[in-house]
Design a binder for this molecule. Structure first.
Ligand SMILES: [Zn+2]
Length: 461
């Protein structure tokens, strides 16, 4: 089946046709690293990780080149450095490391390329020079500006008009601009700004604007025209619109052939934003929940829909995963099965239909249980293969059932294993009182013993 994705620019689903099936290029805007990422920031890496997995399944593991940048120079980072006295590089390294380990805990495959903005300032300057030379940009008193009226079809991605730039109260109307919609390509350094936030340029010392970072890094690592550009829906305007303006006016070529945007996360009825103070960081959530539960929860809604983020959603995700891992445990020993073409890939090929794909995953768990009930060896082996293949596409079921059910503390697990064995011994010696005592003691610790034909195993509940 063909892959169809909703293209924000076309405002409809389109069949995906790569420029080169051997080298499919994806660029997803990454984090600005100065604090912990909130769970809303984790939605794009997870959603586009599923897309990447689908592309890998269809075109080959090595066919997808995926770039996700790190924005390590920006006003908020400078403010954080001034407030704490820490060098910018120390702040950005710390939070980029945390971000990467947090999203990896959500089973996100690391990007093929992770360009850092400060490592690409010469490329940004070169691009700005080109725009100035071609008269798409001009030098002002406070910076170098992109002239929005110079681009006749500015706004075609979002359908918004240049005037909307000024309508937004947050965009200060700067005397220095020729047109209120113009945006900064280069910002001259202001007095009091730290030296590590300043670079030399042909127009004066300063730093790049945020939008030019992505344009320059995408062109350098993926080429002038990329296959898929992704990000959160809030980036459509102005960030992606401005990326298009810069890249297409500089290169005379289309920036991206498909544009994909994920919807917001909703925290109890209000849009999640820093000003509302209802932030839940990925870092804190990972202390309370397995990463796979967070990932499952993020995939329960279609990526373009708003997702209501609640405690109940997480509990439900955990219960469903427990059930699926429980089924996987029952067929775990049945190796050598063959995965068939399940509905999981078909659902994902229709614009990443993750709700249907997760429903199909649950159905595969039921198949596994049915095969295990009737001890159908071939059925069990195939069910195992199907579950693992579906899990690979979704980035789920990456643990063994034992790891999932028992957790990771090996010393603690060895102690419980010994108690479970002592109970088996007590039962063998017909010491029912002792066997019962051990079962109750473990139950008080939240450990459930599961007796089955293959012996006794246990899980944390
Ligand atoms: Zn970007």
């Amino acid at each position: 089946m063909t892959l169809r994705i909703y293209d924000t620019a076309a405002r409809k689903k389109r069949v995906f046709e790569p420029q080169d099936p051997k080298r499919i290029t994806m660029y997803v805007c990454g984090p600005t690293v100065y604090n912990h990422a909130h769970i809303g920031n984790a939605r794009p890496p997870v959603v586009f990780d599923v897309l990447r997995r689908v592309l890998m399944a269809k075109y080959g593991e090595r066919a997808v080149v995926y770039a996700r940048n790190i924005t390590d120079i920006e006003d908020k980072i400078i403010a954080a450095s001034l407030a704490s006295g820490e060098p910018i590089a120390a702040i950005t390294k710390k939070y980029a490391d945390i971000y990467n380990s947090d999203v990896q805990a959500l089973n996100v495959i690391p990007p093929s390329i992770e360009p850092w903005a400060t490592g690409h300032v010469p490329e940004m300057i070169e691009m700005i020079e080109k725009l100035v030379r071609k008269k798409y940009a001009y030098v002002g008193e406070t910076g170098v500006w992109f002239s929005v009226p110079s681009m006749p079809d500015y706004g075609r991605l979002s359908g918004r008009k240049p005037e909307d730039n000024e309508a937004g109260a947050r965009v200060a109307v700067d005397e220095d601009k020729k047109d209120p919609a113009d945006f900064a390509l280069w910002k001259f350094a202001k007095p009091g700004e730290p030296e590590d936030a300043i670079w030399e340029s042909p127009w004066g010392r300063g730093r790049p604007g945020w939008h030019i970072e992505c344009s320059a890094m995408a062109a350098k690592h993926l080429g002038r025209t990329i296959d898929i550009h992704g990000g959160g829906v809030d980036l459509t305007f102005p960030h992606h619109e401005n990326e298009i303006a810069q890249s297409e006016c500089a290169h005379g070529e289309e920036l991206a052939r498909y544009w994909m945007h994920n919807g917001f996360l909703d925290m109890g009825g209000e849009k999640m934003s820093k000003s509302l103070g209802n932030i839940v960081t990925v870092h804190d959530l990972l202390k309370a929940w397995p990463g796979e539960v967070l990932r499952f929860a993020l995939l329960t809604a279609h990526y373009r829909a708003q997702l209501d983020w609640t405690e109940d959603l997480l509990k439900q995700a955990k219960t469903t995963l427990d059930r699926i891992y429980g089924a996987l445990r029952r067929v775990w020993e049945a190796e050598g099965g063959e995965a068939r073409d399940t509905g999981v890939l078909r659902a994902l090929e229709d614009d990443l239909g993750t709700p249907d794909a997760l429903a199909e995953l649950s159905r595969l768990a039921t198949e596994a249980n049915t095969a295990a009930d009737v001890k159908d060896a071939t059925g069990m082996a195939n069910a195992r293969a199907n579950l693992l293949a579906a899990g690979k596409l979704l980035g789920l079921l990456t643990k063994t059932p034992k790891e999932w059910e028992q957790g990771g503390d090996t010393d603690e697990n060895a102690r419980i294993d010994a108690l479970v064995q002592a109970r088996i011994d007590a039962r063998a010696a017909k010491d029912w009182a002792e066997a019962d005592r051990i079962r109750k003691a473990l139950a008080e610790e939240g450990i459930e013993i599961m007796d089955g034909p293959a012996g006794s195993t246990w899980r944390r509940i």
